[in-house]
Write a protein that binds this ligand. Structure first.
Ligand code: NI
Length: 257
């Protein structure tokens, strides 16, 4: 009998570069890789973007970085040239997380958010990198920006932590984007969206340290992406292996890993 090929998963949206792992980030990464789970650590400010790159450069395979300024941090200001330097690392696989966040406390910075988003889309275009979008309560505006072909860019990317309606999902899918799902699918009912989204357009993620699935401890980590794979497999009536393999393939295609 042929030995069974080991199944590799990838957490396409982790924040092991955040302070929640200040004392044990290396250990969390080691544990994930030993458990056949790769990760993309995503920046939300310049400091965490830089840290994501440093962490990725320590590993030959399995740890990657995304760099970007999250809309809730837009007051920090986006330094195009500094981010461009970071983007020069071969371990940087995306610009992100970037986007729009219209939660009540951030809504006053709408204009600034848009301005910063456009600068980052320009950098993504220049560096030919895909984009990891954060979008909260702002799908209408994000879709409008993406459809407008502003700056002549057509970024490829993923709508991370997708929690919208199917009609919004459909518009992103039509534009060629992927949808990212994480432990929030245990809290909000996204069953219909998951069932309808083709498996070859789904990415799995944890958004750790946040959004831990109910089966896991409070501080989430990349290894828990398996619970998300499990739930998607169940909803789509497919095997765990098929969902794991296909979502890794999707991530490799999008991020050029
Ligand atoms: Ni995130």
């Amino acid at each position: 009998m042929k030995p069974k090929k080991k199944l590799m998963l990838i957490d396409t949206h982790a924040h092991v570069n955040f302070n929640a792992y200040k004392s044990d980030a290396d250990e969390v990464v080691r544990r994930s890789l030993a458990g056949n789970t790769w990760m993309i650590n995503v920046g939300s400010q310049y400091s965490t973007s830089k840290r994501a790159v440093e962490m990725a450069e320590k590993h030959q395979e399995g740890v990657y970085a995304a760099i970007g300024l999250h809309p809730i941090h837009c007051q920090e200001g986006f330094d195009y040239e500094e981010y461009k330097k970071l983007a020069g690392s071969p371990k940087v696989v995306a610009l992100g997380e970037i986007g729009l966040d219209y939660k009540a406390e951030y809504v006053s910075s709408k204009e600034k958010q848009k301005e910063i988003l456009l600068q980052q889309l320009k950098l993504a275009g220049e560096m030919k990198l895909p984009v990891i979008f954060h979008c909260r309560m702002a799908h209408e505006n994000l879709i409008e920006i993406l459809k407008s072909g502003i700056l002549g860019l057509e970024p490829k990317g993923v709508i991370h932590c997708f929690t919208g309606h199917w009609r919004e999902a459909q518009q992103y899918l039509q534009m060629g984007f992927y949808l990212g799902f994480n432990g929030i699918i245990f809290k909000l009912n996204l069953d219909e969206v998951i069932k309808k989204t083709p498996l070859d357009r789904i990415l799995v993620e944890t958004d750790c340290p946040y959004l831990s699935p109910p089966q896991a401890s409070e501080r989430n980590e990349p290894l828990n992406v398996k619970y998300v794979v499990e739930k998607i497999a169940k909803l789509k009536e497919k095997s765990y292996e098929e969902v794991g393999e296909q979502t890794l393939k999707n991530a490799k295609e999008l991020f050029g890993i």
